[in-house]
Design a protein around this ligand. Structure first.
Ligand SMILES: [Zn+2]
Length: 167
């Protein structure tokens, strides 16, 4: 991922100096930017409860988060959510840009990769929930359970709280 500075120019192989803030320019003229890797996730509610997922893989295996994942090349956040929800939970969801709620920069995994977690609310449309891919399990939780759950990232807990509070 490009959130870590390159040590060598990916174009010509020259050793690169430390980046200044936004990036580094190689002697070959190519400039390499340093950016966070965006993720997109969503909160789905039903009868006053929110759907959360238990991570089946590292980092943070076994801890809770919300369904979603890394945005792939060429995807919008909304497209990424729809794809991830089908892969992870076997369901079709309805979500639009109007459902956007927050974007939180944070560090991910052992090497502290910088990511930008973009959060939405969404609605189930079709399919029966079934944990798959890197999701070990799912559960519906109410607002008063949130404090006791082992969330991998606090911004997910806060997003669930916000969506449940808004009804
Ligand atoms: Zn170069």
């Amino acid at each position: 991922m490009s959130s870590e500075p390159y040590l060598f120019c990916p174009k010509c192989g020259t050793s690169l100096p430390e980046p200044d803030g936004g990036g580094v320019t190689c002697t070959c003229g190519r400039r390499w930017y340093r950016n966070p890797a965006p993720t997109a996730g969503c909160v789905i509610t039903r009868d006053g409860k929110a759907l959360i997922t238990q991570r089946g893989s590292d980092p943070e295996k076994g801890r809770y988060d919300i369904p979603g994942g890394f945005i792939e090349i060429g995807e919008t956040p909304v497209e990424a959510i729809k794809r991830e929800l089908m892969e992870e939970l076997n369901v079709e969801v309805e979500v639009t840009d109007d459902d956007y709620l927050q974007a939180v920069p944070h560090r991910y995994g052992d090497d502290g990769t910088w990511t930008l977690a973009i959060g939405f609310k969404a609605r189930l449309v079709l399919g029966e929930l079934k944990a798959a891919d890197d999701v070990a399990a799912f559960r519906w939780v109410s607002n008063d359970e949130l404090d006791d759950l082992d969330f991998a990232w606090e911004h997910d807990r806060e997003l669930v709280r916000k969506v449940l509070a808004d009804g």
